[in-house]
Each structure stands twice: as structure tokens, then as C-alpha cells.
Ligand binder design. Structure first.
Ligand code: C5P
Length: 239
């Protein structure tokens, strides 16, 4: 099933809850069951609202994606993932560059937190290939997103990977898990700071399981109308 994650990139929890309340009505207005809404809490909002805000948001009845992009020594990553599991969220993120030891999911972890899907972040979608080459400078062989997925995400047993929509074609054949794509724009000519964008329909057609959209919804003058428009476009394509 395809999913639409709305990135609640606000600096205050009340703004985020206001949007969640408005968007929750969409479930009643249209048949959105073919592409349910997921709400994504990023670092900015988590720093403000913390665990109580995550629990409040859980009450909306939607799946929650806590996007903290963990990157630390194995013990800290594993213990933090367990704390995130206790919060009852459905998706969270880790940097693949933390390595297999930090990211390997034990059977006991999976049994304790069956609802939590852990997604590996490879290369941020805001990087252009020139920026990525600069960051990788000094390495003899620059790792590709393929390498990250083959050598870290798959051996660690991660449930999914966050990638640029431009990487979908290459990753879909080698990775059976959840492919999550930010870098989505209605019009790929106005990308903000995202460098490698596709439209929602293009991303789903190329194998994305969950598209992540922030500013095109949160900064729209009419976020509900914007999401309804998106649903009618998706419906015309998929239903
Ligand atoms: O506003 P926009 O649609 O660009 O928001 C994209 C969201 O996806 C942001 O919350 C950003 O943190 C997140 N994200 C991303 N690239 C990644 C991982 C997450 O843009 N590789």
C-alpha cells in the first residue's frame, strides 16, 4: 500500500497539531484508504514537543514517523531505538553510515517492538552530486547509495531505506523493503533546497512505497485543498 507522509516541519507543536486536525478530516471527505496519511515529526518539532507531543499525535489515529536520523556509537543507537520503540511510533530513521553494528536489529528487539519500522538514510536528498563528491573527498572509492543499501541496510535487517526519488529505479530491484522518498515537488522546477526531485505520481510509479512532503503542504495557503488535489491526482492514476 502506498503512503503519504506529511512532514510537520513547524517550530511549535500547536501549529503541527492544528494541521493534523485539519488534515484528519480528509479521511472523511474522500476515500484516502489507498494512500493513508502518516505524520512525520522531525528534529525541530521533537526538540520543542518531546515525548508528550509524540504521544498526543499518536492519538490522531494515524501512523507516526519520528525522523531523528540517529548516528552514534552502537550502544547509544540501540538504546535510543528502544526508547523510540517505547513511544509507540511506527517509523524512525538512522544514518546508514552509523554501520551494521549500530543498526543490526536483534530478534528480541523485533519481538519487543513489532510495530516499529527502522529506515536507513543514505545520502540526504538536499545534496547535489557536487556537494556529495565534496563530502566524500579523500575516500578512494566514493560509496554509492547502492553500496550503502547492499552493505549496510540489508545485512542490518532494516525495514526500509530513505532515498532520493531518482534512486528508486536502481534500488527497487535490489531492495525488497520499504522505499521512502522525500524530495517530492508538484513541479520539479521549484525544488526549494531539494536537489533531486520528482512529482508524487512519478515517485510512486518508480516504486516508492511512501512519499514524504513538507513545505509544498505546510507552506501552502490552503493545505487541505492541496492534499485533496493530490488525492484526486493519485486516484486518477491508481484507483
Ligand atoms: O519540505 P520538504 O518536502 O523538502 O521536506 C522533506 C522532509 O523530508 C524534511 O522533513 C526532511 O527532513 C526530510 N528528509 C529529506 N531527505 C532525507 C531524509 C529526510 O528531505 N534524505
Amino acid at each position: 500500500m502506498k503512503k503519504l507522509a506529511v512532514a510537520l516541519d513547524f517550530d511549535h507543536p500547536t501549529q503541527a497539531l492544528d494541521l493534523v486536525t485539519k488534515l484528519s478530516g480528509i479521511k472523511l471527505a474522500v476515500d484516502a484508504s489507498y494512500c493513508p496519511l502518516v505524520f512525520k515529526i522531525g528534529l525541530e518539532l521533537f526538540i520543542q514537543g518531546g515525548a508528550p507531543f509524540v504521544r498526543d499525535l499518536k492519538q490522531s489515529g494515524h501512523e507516526i514517523f519520528l525522523d531523528l536520523k540517529l548516528h552514534d556509537i552502537p550502544q547509544t543507537v540501540q538504546r535510543s531505538l528502544a526508547r523510540i520503540g517505547v513511544l509507540g511510533v511506527d517509523y524512525t530513521t538512522v544514518h546508514l553510515s552509523a554501520g551494521v553494528n549500530a543498526l543490526h536489529l536483534s530478534e528480541s528487539f523485533r519481538t519487543e517492538f513489532p510495530q516499529l519500522k527502522i529506515l536507513g538514510v543514505s545520502v540526504l536528498t538536499s545534496f547535489s552530486s557536487d556537494e556529495w563528491a565534496t563530502i566524500s573527498a579523500g575516500r578512494l572509492i566514493e560509496p554509492t547509495v547502492h553500496d550503502w543499501v547492499r552493505h549496510i541496510a540489508i545485512p542490518a535487517g532494516l525495514h526500509g531505506v530513505v532515498c532520493s526519488p531518482h534512486e528508486l529505479n536502481g534500488l527497487r530491484p535490489i531492495f525488497p523493503g520499504i522505499l521512502v522518498t522525500p524530495g517530492i515537488r508538484w513541479d520539479t522546477a521549484t525544488p526549494d533546497d531539494q536537489k533531486r526531485t520528482l512529482t508524487p505520481v512519478q515517485a510512486f510509479q518508480q516504486g516508492s512505497d511512501m512519499i514524504v512532503i513538507g513545505r509544498p503542504i505546510t507552506q501552502s495557503a490552503d493545505p487541505v485543498g492541496t492534499v485533496l488535489n493530490l488525492y484526486s491526482t493519485l486516484k486518477a492514476t491508481y484507483v
